[in-house]
Ligand binder design. Structure first.
Ligand code: NAP
Length: 440
């Protein structure tokens, strides 16, 4: 068997410690599959003395993680520190510049700097891999880049954030409101102390922008993801959705659309109503799932744990095994985004205005006569056709009433216009909430 692949591991938190445990536990089978052993030679984190529940004595310690890639005892660096910039980015740059491969789980860094890093990696002919950055343990990047590489994708969409999915499915199971479920998720460690990145949809948007680049050969454009989180969803919305035959899930969706002869990229993260009979309606708790609709493969569903030490380490180590195999064969590293950066297309953002679909619109209104007429008049004037409307008793002691409606298929712009017409109305006691209905 060949010489070991020598690994520098930066970051020894949840994922970093998981990688060490996995490489130790499955050493023999990994060596057989990779054609050579994987050997961690040096590690780094902030605090050398922290108890991490793993024995670090076999590994050298590096205080300055940024220079790990320059060490002579390292073939490849694994970055598990996190953050779009800071030490993670500095480490990624120095590693590639030193001619070493990089494996990372850092979706924020790839979403913001992936093109620059991929360009550097291609120029240096070194591998850059980030399977764990999207949907944790689910091999969805490999799935799109390799298994389904022959297909044109009509849509790629899914549940990309486990924290949001846990909160939404717990609200569904318990009937409790968002704030109470979030507090419980934080206490159980399912949500960060600062949950904004997750609940406002940013984390899902990072992942979606990476998937979209791979599925459509487009330059990553995280800034163009139209992002709405889940914090405005009420327990009453979940109950209404249920009575209409839907669950609510935060869905990230990418597709391309042709407008006036130009291919444009649509990227949106938004809570959706998902019909009970859609496979994503049954994705509960912290699970992630991605659907890719290929023109020859048909609908592919990738589902599994989107986070956690074991699943995320599984994806990181799979990337290391790939690198060991590629180096063993003296092979090319391959373009990180499937297509070389120079050939990725800078696609304009799709105009969501003429998208067609059905929507759920919820108003919380003052309990007085004429309010419903005002809302339905705005719908009529904007050209929105209402399929069903539910008016539900008192929302709370203040005498608020919940009015929820589902529209017929029509332009999204009409729904937006109706909501705009009602802006500032004294009848509304909260801002309206619009959620699109996931089309089959
Ligand atoms: N957790 C998951 O389930 C999951 C899933 C998919 C992807 N990811 C991604 O994986 C990466 C790591 O996540 P994690 O959950 O393992 O994070 P974590 O538990 O917070 O661990 C981060 C590690 O980085 C070290 N670190 C942080 N800032 C540093 C600095 N300025 N200088 C040196 N070391 C520093 C920490 O050192 P100390 O331990 O000494 O403080 C810690 O060991 C992130 O990019 C995350 O988005 C995580």
């Amino acid at each position: 068997m060949s010489e070991p692949l020598r690994i520098a591991l930066a970051g020894l938190g949840t994922v970093g410690a998981g990688v060490i445990r996995l490489i130790e536990a499955n050493a023999a089978l990994i060596a057989r599959r990779a054609g050579r052993p994987l050997q961690v030679t040096v590690v780094s984190a902030r605090d050398r003395n922290k108890d991490r529940g793993i024995d670090l004595s076999p590994y050298a310690w590096e205080d300055d993680m940024v220079i790990m890639g320059e060490r002579a005892d390292v073939d490849v660096v694994v970055e598990l520190v996190g953050g779009s910039d800071g030490p993670a980015l500095a480490l990624a740059r120095t590693t590639i510049e030193a001619g070493k491969g990089l494996v990372t789980a850092n979706k924020a860094m790839i979403a913001h700097h992936g093109l620059e890093l991929a360009q550097k990696a291609e120029a240096a002919a070194v591998p850059l891999k980030f399977e764990a950055a999207v949907a944790g343990g689910i091999p969805v990047i490999k799935g799109l880049r390799e298994g389904a590489a022959a297909n044109e994708f009509s849509r790629v969409y899914g549940i990309l954030n486990g924290t949001c999915n846990y909160i939404l499915s717990t609200m569904e199971d318990t009937g409790r409101d968002f704030a109470a479920v979030l507090a419980e998720a934080q206490a159980k460690g399912y949500a960060e102390a600062d949950p904004a990145f997750d609940i406002e949809g940013t984390d899902a948007a990072h992942k979606l922008s990476i998937l979209a680049a791979i599925a459509y050969g487009a330059k990553i454009d995280f800034a163009a993801v139209d992002t709405t989180g889940i914090s405005k969803i009420l327990a009453a919305d979940i109950a209404q959705a249920d009575s209409l035959g839907y669950v609510i899930r935060l869905i990230g969706m990418a597709s391309t659309e042709n407008s006036n002869g130009t291919e444009r990229l649509f990227q949106r993260v938004q809570p959706h109503l998902v019909p009970f009979d859609h496979p994503l309606a049954h994705v509960d708790g912290a699970t992630n799932a991605v659907v890719a609709e290929g023109n020859f493969s048909g609908r592919l569903l990738f589902q599994g744990a989107g986070a956690g030490d074991g699943p995320t380490a599984s994806a990181v180590v799979a990337d290391l095994i790939d690198i060991a195999r590629e180096m063993e064969r003296g092979g090319e590293a391959g373009a990180p985004f499937s297509v070389p950066v120079a050939e990725l297309v800078a696609m304009d953002r799709a105009d969501t205005g003429h998208r067609m679909g059905r929507s759920y619109i919820r108003f919380v209104v003052a309990d007085r006569p004429g309010v419903l007429a005002e809302i339905t008049a705005a719908m009529r004037d904007a050209g929105v056709s209402i399929e069903s409307l539910i008016q539900k008793g008192r929302h709370d002691e203040d005498g608020e009433v919940l009015v929820a409606m589902v529209t017929h298929e029509g332009p999204e712009s009409a729904v937006a216009e109706a909501v705009r017409m009602l802006e500032g109305s004294a009848s509304l006691t909260r801002a309206p909430l619009v959620m699109h209905i996931l089309a089959d």
